[in-house]
Design a protein around this ligand. Structure first.
Ligand code: GLA
Length: 387
């Protein structure tokens, strides 16, 4: 893939790029919708990446070509703009991410320089595996390196998140960008989304990370995501705290009757999910797959019954895998919800059977949808070099 970006760059611009930068997608093992509640998440970066081949220009123009985003004639689409212009949304739509990160970098005082960029990715798009965070981090890294202005992985992640919030129009938390920036090969990352402190936790070699995309169209994601966020904020307001991170289970239960029942259930998911995430981190450190199995099962139930972000095809997919792995592995929906992917942590020897059963049984419960199956390895984040 890196080679494809390099060769295309040479073909398009007549010379080799100075450098190629890359950032991975992610899968979240546990800790769903906790990031924007100042809570805990436990994702890993995965071995699907976005590459940006780059070269500095002498003027203040950025020209970017997205090899995977073709027009109706099969030609890769191009975005060109002047850094110092007042940046507004334009075509092609993917340029939102580029314009968004340039805008945020400018706000933070980065001078930037003109650049030619070629973008190539193998992160599945629209699957909930954070192709957008991968793109944002790869772009932030490329743009700041080209102009000789280095920043930390945490800063890059905050810029990517701000680009989503302020320019793209998605009110996401910081998990995706953080793990895409700071993940490490064969490690999961426990992130405290309030302090942004994080800890790398080794993934046992004998386990597989199995990801299955339900291929259910994720129609309601944006609107429902924002509704969940508002409900969580309403609960935090009720308790007069900054975020649900500050509410204990005992406090929540004591006030159950006074709370709106839907808001109570949303809060219950967040409060219990935070604790499950911390417990899952300990279980991972101890190589305790039986405990992880239970925690992932409880997490899925909580997303289904209390947070109400699963759909029948996803619940069915989780059940198919659960029937194979029992308590020898964990499985749950991962990501924002309303479709997307299921993640399973399973002993390597059960991998083939789990895949076989998913291929055979999933189409029967999903009106014939075919699953996309990925066996992933936890991978290096974009900023591992410490820039
Ligand atoms: C999306 C968002 C993240 C996070 C997850 C749910 O991936 O981008 O910030 O909120 O949903 O855990």
């Amino acid at each position: 893939m890196e080679d494809i970006a390099k060769k295309a760059f040479a073909r398009l611009f007549g010379h080799a790029p100075e450098n190629v930068y890359s950032a991975p997608g992610r899968v979240n093992l546990i800790g769903e919708h906790t990031d924007y509640n100042d809570g805990f998440v436990l994702p890993t970066a995965i071995d699907f990446r976005t590459w940006v081949a780059a070269c500095k220009r002498d003027d203040r123009i950025i020209t970017a070509v997205a090899l995977d985003e073709e027009d109706e004639n099969g030609i890769p689409t191009v975005a060109t703009f002047a850094i110092d212009d007042d940046l507004k949304k334009m075509d092609p739509p993917w340029s939102d991410y580029l314009l968004g990160v340039v805008n945020e970098l400018k706000k933070e005082g980065y001078k930037l320089s003109g650049a030619n960029l070629v973008i190539k990715s193998n992160v599945p798009r629209g699957a909930g595996l954070s192709s957008s965070a991968a793109l944002e981090n790869a772009l932030v890294l490329a743009l700041t390196d080209v102009s000789g202005e280095h920043l930390s992985g945490v800063k890059a992640a905050l810029i990517g998140q701000a680009a989503e919030n302020n320019f793209v129009g998605c009110n996401c938390g910081v998990m995706d960008q953080m793990v895409s920036a700071l993940g490490k090969q064969d490690y999961a990352l426990l992130l405290d989304c309030r302090s942004l402190e994080y800890k790398l936790v080794p993934m046992p070699e004998s386990w597989s990370i199995l990801i299955v995309n339900s291929n259910v169209k994720r129609g309601l994601v944006d609107s429902e995501y924002n509704v969940r966020r508002q409900q969580c904020e309403a609960a935090a307001k009720f308790f007069n705290v900054d975020a649900l991170r500050d509410v204990s289970l005992a406090q929540l239960e004591k006030n159950k009757e006074a709370l709106d029942p839907v808001v109570y259930r949303r809060a219950l998911h967040i409060v219990t999910e935070n604790q499950r995430t911390l417990n899952a981190c300990t279980a991972l450190e101890q190589g305790d797959l039986a405990t992880l199995s239970r925690l992932m099962e409880d997490s899925h139930k909580s997303m289904k019954n209390d947070f109400e972000i699963t759909v029948p095809a996803i619940d069915g997919l989780v059940k198919i895998i659960k029937d194979v792995i029992g308590t020898e592995g964990g499985v749950r929906m991962t990501g924002g919800g309303f479709g997307g992917c299921v993640v399973a942590l399973i002993p390597k020897e059960l991998e083939a059977e789990a895949i076989r059963r998913v291929e055979e049984e999933y189409p029967k419960i999903s009106d014939g949808l075919a699953p996309s199956i990925f066996v992933c390895r936890a991978s290096d984040g974009a900023f591992l070099r410490g820039k």
